[in-house]
Design a protein around this ligand. Structure first.
Ligand code: FE
Length: 339
């Protein structure tokens, strides 16, 4: 096993060297290298604008979050990466635990990004916000039938609930935050109730789940806000509604995409400049409108598709808690039979 894993890391490193071979021989300060789990289409317009404004070129390498963390770890001090961009506080927390990031003291970022949306040790800053909340069939359910994540465990929803797999970090982060709020025992009872209420097997992704609700396979589910935003953007009559969970309590579960400076960044100043740019008003608007997320910077207005869902009360427990409690949450879901 160890050999095959090393083998794989070696192959990754070779592929990676090939991918970077085209880089111009430039001084370390004339470019910033970004490893991103967010796709190129989303980031490219922003990075181009950054280059126009500052003259700093950006080399972008995109891959899955797990592959990027493995690469950063394997490359160590020789990594070309200056900045890591990824989704979910659980992943960002993993990056800090694996010693892949470094603290960044930036008054501009501390001003732009609310405290609960950044690492308490300043190793990463949230750039966009997504809510993981309740979604429902507009044809079958009234919003007044809904209230909390916990209420989805009520026998009233037997055979009516759809969930995405517990293997996805989004659900691990959600359940981690619920254990922070309710404790493990109550959360485990809740998750067992969800499992008992499932209409069908768990889904591999949120979009499939939303389409199952639209098709009448189930009536309620839990999904990230932007997946519904995308479906509504394509078809304004898509028959699934979004309900803000836990508004009478501590608020709906929010998570982030975010960025940090890598531990072995060669161009630290350029990396800081780029992250500060991504948190600025102009960049926040472009970044979040494109993917239908909420700007992390509260001064910036969200896109009209998602503004239509109205304002909501977010749970302001620091999102890094999702990482800290993730392993326990995964074991809890396992015990509860949530596949
Ligand atoms: Fe996603």
């Amino acid at each position: 096993m160890a050999t095959s894993r090393l083998d794989q890391l070696f192959k990754t490193a070779v592929l990676f060297a090939a991918a970077l071979a085209w880089l111009p021989a430039a001084s370390e300060n004339s470019h910033v290298t970004v490893y991103s789990a967010r796709n190129e289409q989303l980031l490219k317009p922003l990075l181009d604008q950054f280059t126009r404004q500052t003259g700093t070129q950006v080399q972008l390498l995109t891959a899955s979050e797990a592959a990027l963390l493995a690469r950063l770890g394997a490359e160590g001090a020789s990594t070309p990466a200056d900045v890591l961009i990824t989704v979910d506080a659980g992943n960002l927390w993993q990056a800090t635990q694996q010693n892949l990031l470094q603290p960044l003291q930036s008054p501009a970022l501390e001003k732009a990004i609310p405290t609960h949306l950044r690492d308490p040790g300043n190793q990463w800053f949230g750039l966009s916000v997504r809510a993981r909340t309740i979604v429902y069939s507009k044809a079958r359910i009234k919003p007044s039938d809904l209230s909390t994540y916990e209420y989805l465990a009520d026998p009233k929803w037997r055979g009516k609930l759809c969930l995405r797999t517990s293997k996805k970090v989004y659900n691990q982060s959600l359940v981690a935050m619920l254990t922070q709020e309710y404790g493990e025992a109550r959360t485990e009872t809740m998750v067992r109730g969800w499992v008992a209420n499932l209409a069908t097997e768990v889904f591999p992704d949120d979009t499939a789940l939303l389409k199952a609700i639209a098709a009448g396979q189930c009536q309620v589910g839990i999904a990230n806000s932007y997946y519904l935003g995308r479906l509504l953007d394509a078809d304004a009559n898509f028959p699934v509604g979004l309900f803000w969970a836990n508004q009478a309590g501590s608020g709906v579960h929010v998570n982030v995409s975010g960025a940090g400076i890598t531990r072995h960044a060669k161009n630290r100043a350029g990396a800081q400049q780029l992250i500060e740019f991504l948190a600025s008003d102009v960049a926040q608007k472009i970044y979040t409108d494109k993917d239908l997320e909420y700007p992390a910077n509260p001064k910036v207005e969200a896109d009209s598709v998602i503004k239509a869902w109205g304002t909501f009360k977010p749970n302001v427990i620091n999102v890094s808690k999702a990482g800290e409690l993730q392993a326990a949450a995964t074991r809890l879901m396992d015990r509860a039979g949530y596949k």
